[in-house]
Design a protein around this ligand. Structure first.
Ligand code: 4GX
Length: 239
């Protein structure tokens, strides 16, 4: 079973998320274990302060190192001595999260997710206690909590036994690295718009070829970077 521990100053943000949908099911079926920890539990001052002004001046605040390093070491162990998996800081400075990375993380035994707020964390936290930095994309959020949830959801659905339908993963690996084409369900005609005839033909081979062509076409038009045959952006992943 995968264990994920989250360190945050907003543990309440995770409550509904962890109880609902596939993540909730995975936890209830003991395929996933998640612990959420309030960083303020590792403060020792009366006001549970976790931030301070940046050296050198400038706007905003920085997360101070003492509570964060204490929390990480309490939850993950020390970097030298026998951690069971990486400590990951969610950060715009991190390596972009993609499906290959999600699949790699799903094979770990233990993940510790550190959610930063404010302008970021004291660099010594990263130097002393963080193994990797991960970003979910080039846009600015207010904290690492939503990125942590994105990572947890991506990882959870790859855990063995989580998917109700084990075929979904096979289909996905076949479609690996491409966008999915259009999907339809009943009714066959809705407000004058028809479901493509091939999908109702019962010809499974024709359906498969049509879907492959729609996927390739859409990917070429919307995300040509995913098809680029040579170069850094072409990535293989196995769920
Ligand atoms: N993908 N943010 C983190 C504070 C912060 C800054 C630096 C650690 C280091 C984000 C993203 C993101 C905003 C979360 C700044 N913490 N994280 N936060 N995009 O924008 O991961």
């Amino acid at each position: 079973m995968l264990r994920i521990d989250v360190i945050t100053i907003f543990p309440g943000l995770f409550e509904a998320f962890l109880g609902e949908s596939m993540v909730g099911i995975a936890r209830r079926e003991s395929l996933l274990d998640v612990g959420v920890h309030d960083l303020r539990d590792w403060t020792s001052d009366r006001h549970h302060v976790v931030d301070d002004a940046p050296y050198g001046g400038g706007p905003g605040m920085v997360m101070k190192p003492e509570p964060l390093v204490e929390a990480i070491e309490a939850v993950a162990g020390e970097r030298s001595s026998g951690r069971k998996g990486p400590v990951i800081l969610l950060s715009p400075q991190g390596a972009r999260l993609d499906q290959e990375k999600v699949a790699e993380l799903a094979r770990e035994e233990h993940l510790v997710l550190v959610c930063g707020r404010y302008e970021g964390v004291d660099q010594r936290v990263i130097d002393l206690a963080v193994d990797e930095e991960v970003s979910i994309g080039d846009y600015v959020l207010s904290g690492g909590e939503v990125p942590a949830m994105a990572l947890i959801e991506g990882v959870s659905r790859l855990l063995p036994g989580v998917l109700g339908n084990p075929e979904s993963l096979t289909t996905e690996s076949f479609q690996a690295g491409m966008l999915e084409g259009p999907q339809y369900t009943r009714p066959a005609v809705f407000r004058g718009l028809e479901v493509p005839q091939v999908l109702r033909s019962g010809d499974h081979g024709a359906v498969e070829r049509w879907r492959a062509e729609r996927a390739r076409d859409l990917t070429r038009r919307r995300r040509p970077d995913l098809l680029e045959p040579s170069g850094e952006q072409m990535k293989e992943y196995t769920p």
